[in-house]
Design a protein around this ligand. Structure first.
Ligand SMILES: *[C@@H]1O[C@H](CO)[C@@H](O)[C@H](O)[C@H]1NC(C)=O
Ligand SMILES: *[C@@H]1O[C@H](CO)[C@@H](O)[C@H](O)[C@H]1NC(C)=O
Ligand SMILES: *[C@@H]1O[C@H](CO)[C@@H](O)[C@H](O)[C@H]1NC(C)=O
Length: 265
């Protein structure tokens, strides 16, 4: 009997360890030394699937950002986004890198393999945004086989169609303040800090400064009334940004993410 119990516990232990390993970073491990910032406060609403479409339209769609948690089971999509699988399935696809400043100028086209193995390096505090190449994301039909595994947050905006944008970026990188149409951005691996301002509050930032530089050099001196809306988004969570809201992002860890942009039909 005892040996059967022992066997049982050994198996259980093995199972637990292997499930910890399989729920791990799937190739997106971040060296603690390249984590330069910590998660910040979250001063936006946090909702779950109990929000109705009607209340989404009444309270959020056109008015304010929110974080949504665990809105769908995206396990299969997450598996497909392991580093090995992306290299194997999409390694030869050309991705477009762009400098990470607000008025992006320089563009470089490289195979995804080259991006993931050479370009995707942790950001240091010295390098400005106009000298940082960032993969903003891919949304062409070449990625449809991946996108069809993804379930986006459930709330729709009338008269708008949805398009995905998928990307991966290293710890410390991010996109400085800019705005566009409404949408969601979900983390698949890694955590990302978000900073947002409503359309009528233009943030104070230098267009060639990275979000990392802005956070460390500028953010601490902001007056309370000039502080942004912000939240740290972790895997399984998504943020909603309304139309024309200013936002800047900062990847705390090596990150994989997918956005759902809404555009008029
Ligand atoms: C979902 O959100 C509602 C409304 O904020 C809250 O009352 C409820 O506890 C939440 N459910 C879960 C599972 O977190
Ligand atoms: C990047 O921008 C900074 C500050 O605006 C500037 O000093 C630097 O020369 C620019 N770098 C390049 C390669 O243009
Ligand atoms: C930002 O960088 C670009 C490209 O390096 C440069 O042409 C531009 O002058 C810089 N802008 C400012 C405001 O320094």
């Amino acid at each position: 009997m005892i040996s059967i119990y022992r066997l049982f516990y050994t198996l259980l232990l093995l199972l637990l360890t292997s499930s910890i390993y399989s729920s791990d970073n799937s190739g997106w491990y971040t060296d603690p030394a390249s984590i330069l910032v910590q998660p910040g406060p979250c001063n936006i609403d946090i909702i779950n699937n109990s929000l109705t479409q009607h209340n989404f339209l009444t309270y959020f769609a056109y008015k304010k950002p929110f974080q949504i948690q665990h809105h769908a089971d995206n396990t299969q999509f997450r598996k497909a986004c392991s580093k090995d699988n992306l290299l194997q399935t999409y390694g030869d696809k050309i991705v477009r890198l762009s400098t990470a400043n607000t008025y992006s100028y320089k563009k470089v086209d490289v195979p995804l393999r080259k991006y993931l193995t050479e370009y995707m390096q942790p950001q240091d505090l010295k390098t400005p945004g106009n000298e940082t190449l960032y993969w903003f994301g891919e949304n062409s039909h070449e990625w449809d086989s991946l996108f069809k595994k993804y379930t986006p947050p459930p709330y729709k905006i009338p008269e708008m169609i949805e398009a995905y944008s998928f990307g991966a970026a290293a710890a410390g990188t991010g996109v400085p303040f800019h705005f566009h149409g409404p949408g969601y951005a979900e983390m698949i691996y890694g955590r990302k800090r978000w900073f947002l301002y409503p359309p009528d509050k233009i943030p104070d930032f230098h267009p060639n400064q990275t979000t990392l530089q802005w956070l460390i050099q500028h953010y601490p001196s902001l007056k309370p009334e000039d502080r942004p809306f912000e939240c740290t988004i972790s895997p399984g969570q998504a943020i909603y940004f309304p139309d024309r809201w200013w936002h800047a992002t900062l990847n705390i860890d090596n990150s994989v993410f997918i956005s759902t942009f809404h555009a008029h039909k």
